[in-house]
Design a protein around this ligand. Structure first.
Ligand code: ADP
Length: 260
């Protein structure tokens, strides 16, 4: 495996309304790292995540996931690739309300055609394997006793943990999280952030998280700052104070920290 989970090469994104959301971003996210992406509202954070995750296509530039180019693929290939190699956690959890915790987590495995019954494995056998896998992830994330619950019976923090389990179940090269704690109270937010750290530091996964909260960013190993669709610096071993300070001076610091 390459040591880069994600590499972005000169990514540009201009929307139909002629807004340039990304203006030439080149960045690399090492495997096994936890990176927060920060910047003022409208600086391109969500667009960056969507393009990196293959949920949207950049206007120009290349995205590599685990060394494999993503943007070159056609729509169908991109969808397949994304399902296998990328996990995504949304602010509002995006769980299907009519499915149980376990069914929600199994869903990506069901949708991934490449995992459908292999020779010698019946549909039932494949299903059992998917179930074992989903349960094991849910148990590791402390949700083993919630398998049959519907999402509406869970707290926000528990729902987001289910969403993290769903993002991990297909063993992706990287999990992208867009404001994963944006809808949570402080205690639940801290639990989810601690979980993301565990996912990185104990299970060796790679997480890239957009947040506007310096306290949340301080859970990451490093922070990448964006301003006006461009990289505007980075910070290693961030503290909430250092992040807040950098954010407050983003305009002046643009470009300087990028070399750090
Ligand atoms: P952030 O996540 O940092 O708030 P976004 O990536 O959401 O920034 O947006 C960057 C810029 O692109 C903003 O000017 C925003 O209005 C614009 N934008 C985002 N999504 C769209 C879209 N689907 N269509 C048109 N413009 C968009």
């Amino acid at each position: 495996m390459t040591s880069e989970a994600v590499r972005l090469e000169s990514i540009y994104k201009t929307y139909d309304n002629a807004v340039t959301a990304l203006d030439g971003v080149t960045a690399s996210f090492p495997a096994g790292s936890f990176t927060a992406v920060m910047g003022p509202s409208g600086s391109g954070k969500s667009t960056l995540l969507q393009c990196a995750a293959g949920l949207d296509a950049p206007t120009a530039g290349q995205v590599f996931i685990d060394g494999e180019e993503l943007s070159a693929a056609d729509d169908t290939a991109m969808t397949k690739f994304r399902r296998r190699r990328v996990g995504f956690v949304f602010q509002d959890y995006n769980l299907l309300p009519s499915l149980t915790v376990e069914q929600n987590v199994m869903l990506p495995l069901r949708l991934d055609g490449s995992r459908l019954p292999k020779p010698g494995l019946s549909v039932g056998g494949a299903r059992r394997a998917d179930r074992r896998r989903s349960r094991s992830v849910l148990e590791r994330l402390g949700l083993g006793d919630r398998l049959g619950e519907l999402p509406e019976r869970l707290s926000g923090g528990q729902r987001q943990r289910v969403a993290v389990a769903r993002a991990l179940v297909s063993d992706p090269a990287v999990v992208f999280a867009d404001e994963p704690t944006g809808a949570l109270d402080m205690r639940s937010a801290r639990e989810v952030l601690a979980l993301l750290r565990t996912v990185v530091h104990e299970y060796g996964r790679t997480v890239v998280m957009v947040t506007h909260d310096p306290v949340a960013a301080a859970y990451a190993d490093s922070v990448l700052f964006l301003a006006d669709g461009r990289l505007a610096g980075s910070l290693s071993a961030p503290t909430a104070d250092a992040v807040a300070d950098r954010l407050a001076h983003l305009g002046d610091a643009r470009g300087i920290g990028a070399a750090a």
